[in-house]
Design a protein around this ligand. Structure first.
Ligand SMILES: Nc1ncnc2c1ncn2[C@@H]1O[C@H](COP(=O)(O)OP(=O)(O)OP(=O)(O)O)[C@@H](O)[C@H]1O
Length: 271
């Protein structure tokens, strides 16, 4: 991204934002409420509100996509997305299995039966218990944590080179947050998996996932660098506040290996 500027009507909300996310990298974008994080995510994904004017350069896989709506982008220039609001991200009228089959049918040329098998295997990788039963459910019949795993599965099934995750754990309870963060860690950020742009207010969550941080304030990049350095010596006021909010919580660097946890007990409670 080079010199991204976003205006809503006459009002500039993002000004001169430039950064790269390399293949296989996990980077967090942090900043106070209203600093322009979600609009930046929207610009990367091609999902900004109609009133937004986008200037500057955004390249995905080397393809210029600045200002191009998601639906008009070639498949190579689409990023995967995971949002806070999982209800809005999934079609409430279509079963989980049918929604997840779609990318396998459309992009991978699988038959319906093969696609169904791929979906069940993918949900298993997402640590969803009894995936054969879950595929028949509608999104409303799942817990928030299960829905977020389904959203991540959907993003991964499209095999993007980048996943943009905008506050993906904010609506979840603490235990489920940790599980979803572990899954994001396991499924992104290597040579064979998508890069991750993780958007959050939560420095502790970011530190579990990302090696590098970008700090946004008032639509401008005010600090960037290795997350461990920012936590050790934050320069900007907002970074200092976030680091102070970590308090005595243990700082778990992104290089530490998290525990995988099955969410079976919760699934039993739902089903
Ligand atoms: N659809 C919209 N119409 C009008 N103003 C908007 C719209 N979307 C965002 N804004 C404004 O643009 C600015 C940046 O919003 P944005 O949602 O990108 O911030 P954010 O950093 O993601 O905040 P939060 O952490 O609260 O989600 C804010 O002042 C917001 O009120």
């Amino acid at each position: 991204m080079d010199d991204l500027r976003i205006r809503l009507g006459q009002r500039p909300v993002v000004e001169g934002l430039s950064f790269d996310v390399e293949a296989g990298e996990r980077v967090c974008l942090i900043g106070p409420s209203g600093s322009g994080k979600s609009l930046t995510a929207g610009a990367i994904l091609g999902l900004t509100p109609p009133a937004a004017r986008i200037d500057g350069t955004i390249r995905l896989n080397g393809l210029e996509v600045g200002g191009l709506r998601a639906t008009r982008r070639p498949a190579l220039a689409r990023a995967g997305m995971v949002f806070q609001n999982t209800q809005a991200a999934l079609n409430p009228l279509v079963s989980v299995g049918a929604q997840l089959r779609e990318p396998f049918l459309r992009f991978h040329g699988l038959s319906r039966r093969e696609a169904q098998r791929a979906v069940v295997a993918l949900l298993g990788r997402m640590m969803i218990a009894e995936p054969e039963r879950v595929v028949r459910r509608s999104p409303a019949e799942l817990s928030g944590g299960q829905r977020q795993r389904v959203c991540l599965a959907l993003a991964l099934a499209c095999r993007p080179s980048l996943i943009v995750a905008d506050e993906p754990t904010t609506a979840l309870d603490v235990l489920t947050q940790a599980e979803v963060l572990s899954l994001l860690r396991e499924t992104t950020g290597t040579a064979d998996t998508p890069a991750l742009l993780f958007i959050s207010h939560d420095m502790a969550a970011a530190s579990r996932l990302c090696e590098r941080a970008l700090v946004l304030d008032g639509g401008r990049l005010v600090e960037q660098g290795p997350l461990a350095d920012i936590i050790a010596a934050p320069q900007h006021r907002f970074s200092r506040e976030l680091v102070a909010a970590l308090g005595n919580r243990e700082f778990l660097p992104a290089s530490a290996e998290p525990q995988r946890q099955m969410e079976e007990p919760r699934l039993r409670a739902v089903g």
